[in-house]
Ligand binder design. Sequence first.
Ligand SMILES: Cc1cc2nc3c(=O)[nH]c(=O)nc-3n(C[C@H](O)[C@H](O)[C@H](O)COP(=O)(O)O)c2cc1C
Length: 202
Amino acid sequence: MNLEVLVLYYSRHGSVAALASQVARGVNAVPGVAARLRTVPPVTAQAGERLPAIPASGPPYATLNDLGDCAGLLLGSPTRFGGMAAALKHFLDGSGTEWLNGSLSGKPAGVFTSGSSMHGGQESTLLSMALPLLHHGMLLVGVPYTEGAVSATRAGGGPYGASHLAPEAAQTTLSEEEARIALHLGRRVAEVALRLTPARPR
Ligand SMILES: Cc1cc2nc3c(=O)[nH]c(=O)nc-3n(C[C@H](O)[C@H](O)[C@H](O)COP(=O)(O)O)c2cc1C
């Protein structure tokens, strides 16, 4: 049976979803590892408002069990005022039991984001997503400069993780370098997950 790497993200207009597909491609390129794509519901200002349990389109919403099941995690969010979106933070803030149980401890993790302006806080958003993962005891995986796209990019993507520069809403086409960095990150988290998971008896 394949190990599973959880690709967990929030996307309102599709840019982060495009990155999620690409990091998942990288995960699935590693034999023995498969990506499990999950999203989180939006948060609303209406207290008690009931949202549909299943999204109208795209991958299902994550449950906290997904955190325990995964061998690694790739976490993605739009850049919102230089940090992660409330919807993703809300899901993570509900993971206290998993935090205390060490459900994610010792597992590799990578982060990805999309933003509309070049210096509008993509890096701080990646770091904002890394913080709760460190509290969970995860092992952060970045993108090394041996991946030439990290130096060559004139849009998103860097050593802290994958990102996409989307000046217009719903601009979901990744640049060549952004796509390479996202693929690299997915593959790298999957490879580390494979190495860190003890071989199971057949
Ligand atoms: C409330 C709000 C805050 C935002 N803050 C930033 C920001 O600080 N920096 C930035 O570059 N883009 C910012 N954006 C733009 C989004 O990050 C960008 O459109 C992103 O690509 C959306 O991802 P999605 O298509 O997956 O929803 C913001 C958008 C909204 C709605």
